[in-house]
Design a protein around this ligand. Structure first.
Ligand code: SF4
Length: 347
């Protein structure tokens, strides 16, 4: 088991639940906009949020952000460990650094001293740009893992152990291999993610495969799905679905739907999206089925607590393979939502 690292009220490692992270894309200096985005992410199920702190103006917004955020805030720092030190003094809950940009050992000692004094955790994030020069001849996955391990030893030798490690690549197989190797080397909890995973479709596929296969092997303690999308909460929704699909997250509504075919009588996609949106924030273990026809729909959704099986003029609302009600298609959404709300109240 990995060592336990506390980040405010969230525990990473030590057998704790896998936590979900995301990152704001507002200007951190705009505290109001950043807080609004954090609130949105938090409502969606984000456990920890990362904000970039590139300059003093961003730093000056941190006290308000830290005061108003409901979830732990992680500062992302590049090149200026001085900003990281100042953020830790302000009470930031975790610091993420790229070890290639640490600078002198003196800077490192300053950071460790302040983080120890303020119980601030540190994530060492290694990517292809921060591979140790002595490992450059090795396969990338091995070089990433060895570099991350060496950096962690550097911190430990200076008396700091509240460490989370990450080794990321935009290549799925490299990410998997690097984490497998690092998992064997270190007892530091691992932050999983496929970096620069891409736009919605590519990002979901790469993240699901990379993060999902590692989690399935019991590797990983906290995750971030990296997506280039207009709605940041997509990252959190996808992360929750990855965890739920692997049985690592309970209390979530699972909406299943058929792929449609010539028998389809209703607008399956539209209905399924409506149900997904209506249930996205509900923390209950429920399976809801939206099926395009009565012929197969009822039998195939026998394990769903609630479902729809479409008919040409009338559709049926079902539960565990039993018909609850037959309704005109014009009233289908309204009736279904009534049943759904009743079920949620009961559960
Ligand atoms: S449930 Fe019915 S409509 Fe949907 S794919 Fe199966 S047969 Fe086709």
């Amino acid at each position: 088991m990995k060592r336990e690292v506390r980040v405010k009220n969230i525990v990473i490692g030590g057998g704790a639940n896998i936590s979900i992270q995301s990152m704001t894309n507002t200007k951190t200096s705009d505290a109001k906009a950043t807080i609004e985005q954090i609130e949105k992410l938090s409502t969606c199920g984000c456990d920890l949020v990362r904000v970039s702190v590139p300059d003093e103006v961003s730093l000056s917004a941190l006290p308000q952000i830290l005061k108003e955020s409901r979830i732990p805030v992680i500062g992302d720092f590049h090149y200026s460990l001085k900003l990281a030190v100042k953020s830790a003094k302000l009470g930031i809950h975790k610091v993420r650094i790229n070890p290639a940009n640490i600078g002198s050992k003196e800077n490192l000692r300053d950071l460790i001293k302040v983080c120890n004094e303020h119980n601030t955790a540190i994530r060492i994030g290694v990517n292809s740009g921060s591979i140790h020069s002595e490992y450059k001849h090795l396969p990338v996955a091995e070089a990433l893992a060895k570099s991350a391990y060496d950096y962690s030893k550097m911190f430990e030798d200076e008396g700091f152990s509240s460490l989370v490690l990450s080794v990321k690549s935009s290549d799925v197989l490299t990410t998997i291999k690097a984490n497998q190797l690092l998992d064997k080397m270190s007892d530091c909890p691992l932050h999983l993610g496929v970096t620069e995973a891409g736009t919605f479709e590519n990002g979901i596929i790469k993240s699901s495969l990379g993060i999902g296969s590692l989690l399935q092997q019991g590797i990983g303690d906290t995750i971030r799905v990296s997506l280039t999308t207009s709605d940041l909460t997509d990252e959190v929704r996808v992360a929750k679905k990855i965890l739920h699909s692997l049985g690592l997250k309970k209390n979530m509504v699972d909406v299943v739907c058929c792929p449609t075919c010539a028998r389809t009588c209703i607008e399956v996609q539209k209905l399924a999206e409506l149900v997904e949106n209506a249930t996205a924030h509900i923390e209950k273990n429920l399976k809801i089925a939206v099926m395009g026809c009565i012929v197969n729909g009822i039998g195939e959704s026998e394990d769903a607590e609630l479902g729809i099986a479409g008919g040409r003029d009338k559709s049926v609302i079902i539960s565990k393979g039993q018909i609850l009600e037959t309704v005109d298609n014009e009233k289908l959404v309204e009736c279904f939502m009534t049943h759904l709300n009743q079920l949620i109240q009961l559960k």
